[in-house]
Design a protein around this ligand. Structure first.
Ligand code: NAD
Length: 248
């Protein structure tokens, strides 16, 4: 079904010089990757992510944390990008400047063809040394967790855990995009995790058109300059692109 689209949003997209998109777990839900909310009932129901995705949990039970991530990595490797990811690749081709900021750690934007993706929370498919931070692309498969080949310290997934700070360069680039864009799409995020959650507010505060693309408007930013396109990202994003730039 074609979602109802706000004509003001279509006009803003068409006239924009700089469009930014902030994506969250919801955009990958249609690729079969559970969101945190799904995790409470789905595949990871036996674990609370907030109890495992912390430096303290890794220090206490490194094998449990590593194995939990190994399971998530397997699911992510088996998943494919969906129409929502692809629509953002298409959108990037239509506007003078496009910045893609993601809270996701699954790399599906890049696999769909997006470039220069700002990853605020890292990437689950990479590992890094828990002592020195060196990235290790191909860790030995036979240990949980494998040792760093340089110093022997346990490797960890290269993601930002609860209580850790975001990569400063990525955050600065995201904030710069939020204050310079004309349109910001906030896609499939519950906006509970700061500082990412403040980016739509920053954009709206500077007069940008903010478009919330989500299956529910509940708990989302609202106020002047904030528009809703309620529906699944895999349906709404292609519809937005098609409406703003209809095929000749
Ligand atoms: P979240 O799980 O808190 O929220 C998901 C949001 O997506 C909800 O608002 C939900 O209503 C919406 N949603 C669900 N299906 C949708 C769809 N088909 N189309 C549009 N919206 C849909 O996720 P979050 O806000 O990204 O924050 C949680 C944290 O969890 C992030 O830091 C992220 O790094 C991490 N996470 C990442 C992945 C991933 O990489 N795919 C998966 C789970 C969690």
């Amino acid at each position: 079904m074609t979602p109802a689209l706000d004509p003001a949003v279509i006009a803003a997209l068409r006239g924009a010089r700089h469009v930014a998109a902030l994506t969250g777990a919801g955009i990958s839900a249609e690729s079969g990757i559970p969101t945190f909310r799904d995790a409470l009932t789905g595949l990871w129901a036996n674990y609370n992510p907030e109890d495992l995705a912390t430096p303290e949990a890794f220090a206490r039970q490194p094998a449990v944390v590593w194995d939990w991530y190994a399971g998530r990595r397997g699911a992510i490797r088996a998943a494919q990008p969906n129409a929502g990811h692809r629509a953002l690749v298409e959108l990037a081709r239509r506007v003078p400047r496009f910045t893609l900021i993601t809270q996701n750690v699954d790399g599906l934007h890049q696999r769909a063809g997006s470039v220069d993706v700002i990853e605020l929370h890292g990437n689950i498919l990479r590992s890094r040394c828990s002592r020195e931070g060196v990235i290790v692309d191909d860790p030995a498969p036979n240990a949980s967790p494998p040792p760093c080949p340089r110093c022997g310290a346990p490797l960890r997934p290269d993601v930002v855990w609860f209580g850790e700070i975001l990569p400063l360069e990525a955050l600065a680039a995201a904030e710069d995009a939020a204050v310079t864009c004309d349109v910001l799409l906030s896609v499939g995020t519950s906006n509970l995790v700061v500082p990412a959650a403040s980016l739509p507010w920053m954009a709206a505060g500077r007069g940008a058109t903010v478009v919330v693309v989500n299956t529910t408007a509940e708990g989302q930013h609202s106020g002047p300059g904030i528009h809703f396109a309620v529906g699944a990202a895999g349906t709404v994003l292609p519809a937005l692109v098609a409406a703003a730039w209809p095929a000749p």
